[in-house]
Design a protein around this ligand. Structure first.
Ligand SMILES: [Zn+2]
Length: 258
């Protein structure tokens, strides 16, 4: 049996001292991880992570990119583009990228214009290199849905989807995925949103090291949470655990395959 965590930040400092345990868990429980980056530094580290998974480097899929929080200077993109060009073969996808109006710089100013410019450069790269993208869309789903169709992007996931049901239908109509996390277990609104998503376009994620409340009591998030999540969505969809497992693996491989 195989599982997929389609959005996790394994390069986060919170994981570093537990790498031996995490990589053992990934190998033993057979959980493929789509590893996200936030800037150039974590993009480099995300690529190096594959080498840590000595037994089976295919368990780690490297997504590189500039997260909206760090999309502050256009000059950062030029260095990123060089890095991307020289490592393209080791890169599965581009993420975490997107727009987020809740970020402000040290002077309290929004930098949405730079965010938008960098996001569009990332979409250009994805289009040119035919790479899937993982999108951060907090309070920006409408704007992203306006921008995306002008690029020939075939595979995209709206990670931690938290928009309207109407936009979720638009996302599915475009053939794009929405990803849901462990909060589904205790949040009824999110369960109702999940039920609106076309099951063929559902992905699951931990977004670790983010921790979760309620039944999870802020426990340290590892990729193993995905197994709990697969079981829970099988109850929401009234299918067996095995069927849910197969569905998520099939959806995830459609998302990253060419
Ligand atoms: Zn994330």
């Amino acid at each position: 049996m195989k599982f997929v965590d389609s959005h996790i930040h394994l390069c986060d400092v919170a994981y570093k001292k537990y790498y031996d345990m995490i990589f053992q868990l990934i190998n033993n429980s057979n959980i493929e991880c789509f590893c996200m980056s936030e800037n150039l530094e974590t993009s480099v580290e995300t690529i190096l992570l594959r080498q840590r998974c000595l037994g089976n480097p295919d368990m780690i899929h490297s997504f590189v990119g500039i997260h909206p929080q760090f999309a502050r200077q256009k000059s950062d993109y030029e260095v990123f583009e060089d890095f991307f060009g020289s490592h393209s073969k080791l890169i599965t996808g581009i993420g975490e990228i997107g727009l987020d109006p809740t970020y402000f710089d040290l002077h309290g100013c929004s930098y949405m214009n730079t965010q938008k410019w960098i996001f569009e450069q990332m979409l250009n790269l994805a289009e040119k290199n035919n790479k899937p993208i993982s999108i951060h869309s907090r309070r920006s789903v409408d704007q992203i849905l306006e921008i995306l169709p002008s690029f020939r992007i075939k595979r995209a996931v709206f990670h931690w989807y938290d928009g309207s049901k109407k936009n979720l239908r638009k996302i599915n109509d475009h053939g794009f995925f929405a990803s849901f996390g462990p909060y589904l277990l205790y949040n009824i609104d999110k369960q109702n949103l999940f039920k609106e998503c076309n099951p063929s376009f559902v992905l699951l994620e931990t977004d670790g090291p983010v921790s979760y409340k309620n039944c999870f009591q802020d426990v340290f998030t590892t990729p193993s949470l995905i197994i709990t999540l697969v079981y829970f969505i099988s109850t929401l969809l009234r299918i067996s655990f095995e069927e849910a497992t197969r569905m998520i693996v099939a959806n995830s491989s459609r998302f990253i395959s060419y």
